[in-house]
Design a binder for this molecule. Sequence first.
Ligand code: GRG
Length: 303
Amino acid sequence: MNASSTTVEYLTHSASEIEQALLTAFPHDWQIPHQLREAMMYSLEAGGKRLRPILVLTAAEAVHNDNLARKAAFPIACAIEMIHTYSLIHDDLPAMDNDDYRRGKLTNHKVYGEAMAILAGDGLLTHAFYAVTQAVKQGVSAQVALDIVSDLAELAGATGMVGGQAADILGEQGVTSLEQLEFIHLHKTSDLIMFSVTAGARVGGASNEQLIALQEFASKLGLAFQVQDDILDLIGDEAKLGKPTQSDVQQQKVTYPYLIGMEESKALVERLTAEAKQALMKADLAKPERLFAIADYLVNRDH
Ligand code: GRG
């Protein structure tokens, strides 16, 4: 991929590289019950933007401008996509959102049944930690791999995404304040984005100052991504401005447009993206252009 390729070309190319890598995530000679392997691969191969793994690769290259850092980051890119995929499988279960479709395909439990869908999620979650350890074979130091394992547990687990999901479920009876909503989004969505940027930066050999600036970038970007997601959901539901749709009411779904209105939400996405880009400037990176472009792309995305 040369430096002049467009952002869409870059994202498409990176997504297909990640999809290739995911195909060999579970070696073919491993003894895995056939249906479990199929259920895990069904969701891993179901598409999606691959945003989180792309951020891992792009952050590594941004800090250390060569192809080696990017290459070494692949196992970690696969790991975060496994975590993201498991969270979607579990989120779609009858006990949670009870969804029939995801990424235009039947949800995992609709195809393989609830028990196998739970196990497919469990298998992906556990394997993600194995995947991180494989980065050592690509030249990542054991200390950096250990730091990444620790970040992953913190940001994906009870203090991170799982905690955000729990707060969301517990708050369904009445999320009324922006603070509550921000807590949910920061953990449910931003934390995996935080992990991706931080892990890539660690692989690239970021200094402490760079890590701090990149983490500020990630937290603003993650929140902007979620507010934009809320906006797109509402547009997709042919919603009325600033009012909950019928399905929002049924699911008691409280979103940014619901709490602050559509125009305010759009302004918030713009503001958070601008702040994210300011933080990126502070990081003083070797090759920041792709990260800037991803921030712009996300704010303008329509799906
Ligand atoms: C079940 C532990 C557990 C957590 C679930 C991911 C999640 C937490 C819930 C899914 C619902 C949701 C809208 C979460 C917000 C994060 C988000 C916008 C997920 C969708 O991510 P995209 O847009 O999806 O990157 P693709 O399909 O492109 O990968």
